[in-house]
Structures are given as structure tokens and as C-alpha cells.
Write a new protein. Structure first.
Lengths: 168, 156
């Protein structure tokens, strides 16, 4: 089984450490971690700091990812299954809200312990986990926002000749 | 001609701003950016002003926060005077508050999109921008309960 672990652009040593323990316990697992600025260096599996097009280059790997919204939404839009792990080492805890949303809507498996990581990885691998399909409600205010801006720009140009209203 | 001041921080906020500029069809020549890391706006704005991030990812110290806020107010003032944008667009986080205040004082529309990672709590910048912005959008319907006057926009 091939696994790709990613932590994005913030440190998440706990996840890398846990996956290192699992890699050691499962020699048949082929694990690759993207560790970002983290300080823990895995001993039982290879890692990279950062890689361009990480997901595209490793299409055949099962994804274990920090719960960063950008990554999570991209994976959901792609229809690619993954295990999400909220990063609780950060000072702002909003990864937990997205993790809860994923669990509530059965969109992905969420792991918060090494045991859960192991169980969920196996569940995705043997296809016993059946996620709900993700239906994105795409952003639809683009035109409206553009009109607000264009109207403001036109008003600016005619009304005051482009003079700044701020004191000089 | 620079029409829009775009303000955003790194990470998810930057990813959302990029998507937002795509869907609004604004080109880099129309945008001037205030960001909290070098090069963050390189593909979406013709110039950028870099300010230190207000909040470090692993803590929050008051003295350093105040110093950075001061720098931010100064930078915002200079950007508005030099580039004279007609509107402001932001996706957070906290660095958008000072530019938003100055833009409102100047009578400009301030458009804010609350982050896609919030479902049941309000971000600090969201809480303030809800009152400061002229147009406030949320990407998750659950947030309409916390921001009753917000407009739902769908997800970037």
C-alpha cells in the first residue's frame, strides 16, 4: 500500500511522528511524507520538505493530510479519498471545524490518534469506507462583485477626477 | 489603471483570493495588494506592499501585535494615497482591518469574503469586517446564523 502524507505549509510534527511509527510497524507500507517546516525527521520512511504538484505526481498514493481547507476542498473536488487530521499544534483551532464538517457529512475519515490513523488508512485501502459524494455549491457572486467595483471606479473617475479624499 | 486594493494573508486566505480574482475576472493590472508575505500576490496584482503578519501561528503577544498594527495603518495610508483604488477586496485575516477602516473613511466600498474553513464560529477578522465592510459574504450557510445580515456566496 502506498501512502502520501502532507502537512502543507505549517509544522505538524505529531502527524509525521505517528506516521513514522506506523511505517515502522508496517514494513509493507510504502510511505512518503511532505513535512513542510516541521522539525521532526522521519526515520522509517522517506520525506520531502515541499514538492510542486504533490498530489498530481503521486496519484497512486492514499492521502493522509492535515485539515487545511485549501487542500481538503481540492481533494474533495477531485473525488480523491483521504484521511484528514486536524492540526492542533496551531494557535488557531479552526482546522477542527472543517474536520467536524467532514465527519458529520461523511465526506472523509478524520483521525486524531495514531490508532485512528491506522484504522482509517486500512478502511480506505480495503474500500470499506463509502463517502458521500461531495457536491460543491460554487461561488456565484463574482459578477455582482465585479459590478460593485466597476460602478465605484466609474463614479470615482467622473466625480472627483481621481483625487484622493484623504488629507495630504 | 488600479481599481482595486486586494488584501490577504498567506495560506488559505491567499488561495481564496486567487480563486476570487479569477471568478470576478479582475486582471493583475487592475489590482494593488497588501499582503503579509513576499511574493504572495505575484500572479494577481501589479504591485504589492508587504506588512508583517499580525498573528504568529503559534502565539499572540500584545506588544508585537500593536507595533505591527501601527505599521499596517501607515502602509494602508500610503497605498491609498499613491494608488487611489476605487474599492477594496479582502479574504482576511486580521491585516485587512486597517485598510478597511481607511477605505471606509474614504467612502470606498469594502467587500469581504469570510473564510471557507469556518462553520460554527466567527473569525476575529470576520467579527470586525461584518460591521466594517459594505458587502460581507459567507461561503458556508451555517454562518448565516452567526452573521444574519451576511450574503451567502457559495464556495470559492
Amino acid at each position: 500500500m502506498k501512502i502520501l502524507v502532507t502537512v502543507g505549509t505549517t509544522e505538524f510534527d505529531w502527524l509525521i511522528r505517528s506516521m513514522d511509527m506506523l511505517a515502522r510497524a508496517h514494513p509493507s507500507w510504502d510511505v512518503l511524507s511532505q513535512v513542510g517546516p516541521g522539525s521532526y525527521e522521519p526515520r522509517y520512511h522517506p520525506h520531502v520538505i515541499f514538492e510542486e504538484d504533490l498530489f498530481r505526481r503521486h496519484k497512486d498514493r492514499l492521502v493522509v493530510t492535515h485539515c487545511g481547507a485549501g487542500t481538503v476542498y481540492s481533494l474533495l473536488e477531485e473525488g480523491r479519498q483521504f484521511v484528514a487530521v486536524p492540526n492542533l499544534e496551531r494557535s488557531d483551532k479552526h482546522q477542527t471545524e472543517l474536520a467536524e464538517y467532514l465527519a458529520e457529512q461523511t465526506l472523509a475519515l478524520v483521525a486524531q490518534s495514531t490508532d485512528e490513523l491506522e484504522t482509517h488508512i486500512k478502511a480506505i485501502n480495503d474500500q470499506s469506507f463509502k463517502p458521500h459524494p461531495y457536491v460543491k455549491d460554487p461561488f456565484f457572486r463574482g459578477g455582482e462583485i465585479r459590478r460593485i467595483i466597476d460602478t465605484a471606479a466609474r463614479g470615482r473617475n467622473t466625480a472627483d477626477g481621481g483625487e484622493s479624499p484623504l488629507p495630504k | 489603471m488600479t481599481e482595486v486594493l486586494v488584501v490577504f494573508g498567506e495560506g488559505g486566505h491567499a488561495a481564496q483570493m486567487r480563486r476570487l480574482l479569477e471568478v470576478t475576472g479582475l486582471s493583475p493590472t487592475q489590482c494593488i495588494a497588501i499582503v503579509d508575505r513576499d511574493g504572495l500576490s505575484s500572479t494577481v496584482a501589479e504591485a504589492e506592499w508587504v506588512v508583517p503578519p499580525l498573528r504568529e501561528k503559534y502565539g499572540l503577544r500584545l506588544a508585537s501585535l500593536l507595533a505591527r498594527a501601527f505599521v499596517l495603518v501607515g502602509a494602508s495610508y500610503q497605498v491609498l494615497r499613491r494608488y487611489r483604488p476605487s474599492a477594496m477586496l479582502s479574504t482576511g485575516p486580521g491585516l485587512c482591518l486597517a485598510p478597511a477602516l481607511l477605505c471606509r473613511i474614504s467612502g470606498l466600498p469594502v467587500i469581504h469574503i469570510e473564510t471557507w474553513s469556518r462553520f460554527r464560529t466567527r473569525s476575529l477578522s470576520g467579527r470586525v469586517m461584518y460591521h466594517l465592510a459594505t458587502h460581507f459574504y459567507v461561503q458556508n450557510t451555517q454562518l448565516l446564523q452567526l452573521y444574519p445580515k451576511a450574503r451567502y456566496s457559495g464556495r470559492l
